[in-house]
Design a protein around this ligand. Structure first.
Ligand code: PLP
Length: 424
């Protein structure tokens, strides 16, 4: 369910015409729908009703201040994976005691920042990290609230680049070693062991891996308690998949089905649950709006060359991801479709958004919209080919506001410095 629909033949975000926004701020740009964000958060949180659960939005999916604040206003916490994201969450108004810090490579500075600001917990991924946190906490004279991230060794059956819960992945502590490492943590000064955490991957379209991982987590909690440890928290990560195209709609597990798995595997465990959904909340809440620069009739195919590139939306290049692409102008019923490759202007063959996509005929100057671009879109953007980061816009009913300014080429160049031997 989202709020991007055709009205009188023109695509709208809530009550705002995409074409009007494009006219005012230029293309390409990301647009987020407040109503969709809110709906997704409320449906997800609502599905967990009756459980002792805190939903911490995974900020890495979309770290715009306006997005984080919209969710924080609904009661969301934040899952962060860097000092930068921690700063973003705090600045957007997420209370420190609702922030959890994940990630395999926390630096001393990041650990210090986490302890200074008093976040809810650090999800620890290795023994050296545990020792480092202990040393820093002692130095600062504080106790660090910690969960141990378990690698449950389950196959999330998702894209290899976003699969995180197999033993060969870099994440977490092998579940067979959790017993020893937890005991070690409990004896370290400056460490307050609060429980376990896990995150097995992203874009999971099957609930079975969750069921397997959560069952294993429940067993580990029971084992640790039998050993005399207090386990207050179980952070079960994010990863719930979403439909990117029609055929997936029937397959994508609903938040209600997912919550049922959580209830069945962990409902009776008497722990406080933390959940870290990212994509599920933000994915369908955003679109990328782009303009066709040229229609190029190649030797064997038609290319629609658009003004967005792989530096703006990397998912197709990075994960061979599918994004639904729609014209801003609704095609008349019965319009003959064409097959086209939709490509960006960047000097890489990988700068391709879609191949052999069936679309109504489009001409130069027309607007196209890439759907489901609200998660892992703007956050992965870069400035390759000296292309400025594009604008982000948030829509709320009939209102819209630029929530990140488009960068200038000058801003990019101004970061460079000439060494003295090259100065005139
Ligand atoms: C990426 C990530 C998430 C969010 O994953 P989604 O698939 O967007 O729900 C949650 N927790 C951790 C630790 C992550 O790295």
């Amino acid at each position: 369910m989202d709020h991007f629909t055709y009205r009188n033949g023109r695509l709208h975000a809530e009550d705002v015409a995409i074409a009007d926004m494009a006219q005012q701020i230029g293309t390409p740009f990301y647009a987020y729908s407040t109503a969709t964000l809110e709906r997704h958060f409320n449906v997800f949180a609502g599905a967990l009703d009756g459980l002792d659960a805190l939903v911490c939005f995974a900020v890495k999916a979309n770290s715009n201040q306006a997005v984080i604040k919209t969710l924080a206003n609904l009661g969301a916490g934040a899952d962060v994976v860097s000092g930068g994201e921690l700063a973003r969450a705090l600045q957007a108004g997420v209370a420190a005691d609702k922030i959890v810090f994940s990630g395999v490579g926390k630096t001393d500075e990041e650990i210090r920042l986490a302890l200074e600001t008093g976040i809810r917990q650090l999800n620890v991924e290795s023994e050296p990290e545990l020792e480092r946190i202990s040393a820093i906490a002692c130095e600062m004279g504080v106790n660090a609230p910690v969960t141990l991230r378990v690698n449950p060794d389950v196959d999330a059956q998702t894209h290899e680049k976003i699969s995180t819960g197999k033993l060969e992945n870099k994440f977490g502590i092998e579940w067979t070693r959790v017993h020893d490492v937890y005991g070690k943590g409990a004896n370290l000064p400056g460490i307050q062991m609060r429980g376990l955490s896990m995150h097995i991957g992203s874009q999971l379209m099957d609930l079975q891996p969750f069921r397997d991982a959560y069952t294993r987590a429940g067993d580990l909690v029971a084992m640790l308690r039998a050993d005399g440890h207090t386990i207050e928290v179980l952070d079960i990560g994010g990863g719930l998949g979403i439909p990117y195209f029609e055929d997936e709609e029937a397959l994508a597990p609903s938040p209600a089905d997912y919550a049922q798995v959580v209830r069945e595997t962990l409902g009776g465990l008497d722990v406080e649950l933390v959940l870290e959904p990212g994509r599920m909340i933000a994915g369908n809440s955003g679109i990328l709006v782009t303009r066709v620069i040229y229609v190029k009739e190649g030797a064997t195919r038609t290319f629609l060359i658009v003004d967005a590139g792989m530096n703006d939306l990397a998912r197709p290049t990075l994960y061979s991801a599918f994004h639904k692409i729609e014209p801003e102008a609704e095609p008349a019923p019965g319009t003959d479709l064409i097959d086209a490759d939709i490509v960006g202007p960047i000097c890489e063959t990988g700068d391709t958004f879609a191949k052999d996509r069936r679309l109504p005929p489009v001409k130069a100057g027309d607007l196209l919209v890439m759907r489901t671009a609200g998660a892992y879109g703007a956050v992965q953007a870069g400035t390759y080919n000296t292309r400025p980061l594009i604008a982000e816009v948030m829509v709320n009913g009939a209102a819209f506001a630029v929530v990140r300014e488009r960068m200038d080429v000058e801003d990019i160049i101004a970061l460079d410095r000439l060494p003295d031997w090259l100065e005139d």
